[in-house]
Design a protein. Structure first.
Length: 65
């Protein structure tokens, strides 16, 4: 009876074939590229918005004084 309860909780280790490892690596690379593209996009948008705010502030200062 005790053997049955021990087998119920045992987990078989996965067997990774070369094909599965290749697909896993490709998926990881794709996720990394998408993440990198998002970082570049967010950085670019931030820089553009900062430049617009600086230009607007500069224009306001020169028209007032």
């Amino acid at each position: 009876m005790q053997d049955d309860s021990d087998n119920r909780y045992s987990i078989a280790t996965p067997h990774w074939t070369p094909e599965l490892l290749k697909r896993r690596r490709q998926r990881s690379v794709a996720i990394g590229l998408v993440l990198g593209a998002m970082v570049i996009l967010f950085f670019s948008v931030t820089i553009v918005r900062l430049q617009a705010n600086i230009a607007a502030n500069h224009a306001i200062q020169h028209t007032e004084g």
